[in-house]
Design a protein. Structure first.
Length: 205
């Protein structure tokens, strides 16, 4: 039985081809040869329901996938609006995504989730509980708030570890725009006050 870890680009290539119609796949098969190999490979793994091996992916892949979809949406919008490419980073930070674009990112994340849920891909960290699904949280953090991938992963780990607080000195995360019902993002000074208060309360009892 084989064991393999699938990088983000493999999953993205598969997803981009999977979204095409059968007619489009045949028409562009030669043009997208590199992507098509990834598509055929994952389709084979899916058809065999992962029975011939263990195939792994990472939450990093999920985060990177959402970031890349978000960036692609930005490039498409810039192209339509006639905005030069050197303005990308400024435009990306300022871009407000629409409901439709959020839906595209959620769809991409949902496909990734389905591979996990169907047992095609494995990861010890992608678990579901009563809290916001990791995919939706990633879409919110990376797609809507433009938070960096590593920060989004840390916040997701904190949420799924059922932490009450996420302590950071990063001003971007402490920004009032970052609102997550499951966890409070807090600066160390404020958290120290909570610790002192709790210590005082425990001494009183």
């Amino acid at each position: 039985m084989v064991s393999a870890f699938l990088d983000t680009n493999i999953i993205l290539n598969w997803l981009s081809v999977a979204r095409l119609t059968d007619k489009q796949r045949m028409k562009y098969k030669r043009d997208i040869a590199n992507k098509y190999v990834s598509y055929e490979m994952i389709e084979k793994i899916i058809s065999e329901k992962g029975e011939r091996g263990k195939f792994y992916a990472s939450r990093v892949s999920l985060a990177e996938m959402i970031k890349l979809i978000s960036e692609k949406l930005c490039w498409n919008r810039m192209y339509k609006d006639g905005i030069p490419s050197h303005e990308f980073f400024y435009y990306y930070r300022k871009m407000k995504i629409t409901r439709k674009e959020v839906g595209e990112m959620i769809d991409g994340a949902a496909v990734f989730d389905s591979l996990i849920e169907d047992g095609i891909l494995r990861t010890d960290e992608l678990k579901k509980d009563g809290k916001m699904s990791e995919s939706l949280l990633m879409v919110y953090l990376i797609g809507e708030l433009k938070i960096e991938i590593h920060d989004a992963i840390l916040i997701c780990e904190a949420v799924h570890s059922k932490c009450q607080y996420f302590i950071t000195g990063d001003g971007r995360l402490l920004d009032n725009k970052v609102k997550i019902k499951e966890i409070e993002i807090m600066q160390p000074q404020k958290f120290l006050e909570i610790l002192k208060c709790e210590k005082y309360e425990s001494l009183r009892h």
